[in-house]
Write a protein that binds this ligand. Structure first.
Ligand code: UT7
Length: 325
């Protein structure tokens, strides 16, 4: 039986030019390259220039993805932007990207699931395609996390970076089995009771300010490996594959110790885990598509490979997506 599959036509990424090293941060707050590298694996991160907005990063990643896909923006039916750092409270950053790309039909909207945003946006896009409501969708993860940070708080300001990644999905045909190309499943979860462990202390309806990111890192860490491992297992089980069948794991890049802990827990060989955390830090919703683009561009991920994406973030939110490239 033939079914609709959301197949990848191309992906792209963009990182702002300015790089902020651990050494440079050590001059601003009481920290050190040794502490940051040992506790997180992060060495440097990219930071948006003054006036460079989330939509600017999203646009550049989108142009790269559309070029890879070999299609024009006029062929898109839908743009979904995952971001927790929109240009403005409204309208959606996706509509800015839509206008800049010159797409004058279809729809564009944002999805807010913090660091899990790209998995949630991919899930939305896949379901629009499977329901026959869109044929070609641009899914973007884009963030300027540097704007949400309290630069005097060493427990958070050393962790995050800015960037964007994008994926073009197109409705194709499959047989319904795991040999199909495209998205095989998406699994998304949330638990609103965990709000106080990771949140921003401001917003239009509470303080009328943007606020700053607040995190109880140790507590979040404890949940991260458990939740991520559960999402990976749910996705693999649902598709009827074993962990060893999966060629590449593309995780949210919060902390190298979380990547290592999850791999250890599930018996994933470290060489199958794509890590960009050393050079990019935690770019929230952008981290999964940025890591994906890195591994596609350097030739690790090839057509036909089975790829598992996963993330966990504020809310809490977490999830996984299994796709055959
Ligand atoms: O993307 C969304 C999901 N987010 C995450 O998954 C993040 C999860 N959490 C983590 O990655 C880690 O918990 C952190 C990297 C945030 C922190 O690492 P940790 O090993 O859990 O350290 P800690 O918070 O227990 O802090 C240990 C010590 C503390 O000092 P005392 O109390 O032992 O004297 C901190 O004050 O390290 C101190 N510390 C620092 N020292 C130097 C905290 N931040 C820094 C810093 N530089 N930047």
């Amino acid at each position: 039986m033939s079914i609709i599959r959301s197949q990848v036509l191309g992906c792209g990424a963009f990182l702002p030019e300015t790089v902020l090293t651990n050494e440079e941060l050590s001059a601003r707050v009481d920290t050190s390259d040794e502490w940051i590298a040992a506790r997180t694996g992060i060495r440097r991160r990219h930071v948006a220039a003054e006036g460079e907005k989330t939509s600017d990063l999203a646009l550049k990643a989108s142009r790269a993805a559309l070029s890879r896909a070999g299609i024009g923006a006029d062929e898109l039916d839908l743009i979904v932007v995952a971001t927790t750092t929109p240009d403005e409270t409204f309208p959606a950053t996706a509509t800015r990207v839509q206008a800049e790309l010159g797409m004058t039909r279809g729809a564009a909207f944002d999805v807010q699931a913090v660091c899990s945003g790209f998995i949630f946006a991919l899930s939305v896009a896949d379901n629009f395609i499977k329901a026959g409501q869109a044929r070609t969708v641009l899914v973007i993860g884009a963030e300027t996390m540097s704007r949400l940070l309290d630069w005097n708080d060493r427990t958070t300001c050393v962790l995050f970076g800015d960037g964007a990644g994008a994926l073009v999905l197109h409705a194709g045909e499959g047989e319904g089995g795991i040999a199909d190309r495209g998205v095989l499943n998406t699994k998304i979860f949330s638990d609103g009771r965990m709000h106080d462990l990771l949140y921003v202390d401001g917003g239009p309806s509470s303080t009328q300010t943007t606020g700053h990111l607040r995190m109880q890192g140790k507590e979040v860490f404890k949940h991260a490996v458990t939740n991520i491992a559960a999402a990976i297992e749910a996705s693999a089980h649902d598709a009827g594959v074993t962990i060893s069948d999966i060629d590449w794991f593309v995780p949210h890049q919060a902390n190298q110790r979380i990547l290592d802990g999850t791999a250890r827990k599930l018996g994933i060989p470290p060489e199958k885990v794509i890590s960009t955390v050393a050079d990019q830090g935690n770019t929230s919703a952008a981290s999964v598509p940025l890591a994906l683009a890195t591994a596609v561009n350097d030739g690790r991920i090839k057509q036909g490979d089975l790829v598992l994406l996963e993330a966990m973030g504020g809310g809490f939110t977490w999830g996984a997506a299994l796709l055959r490239w």
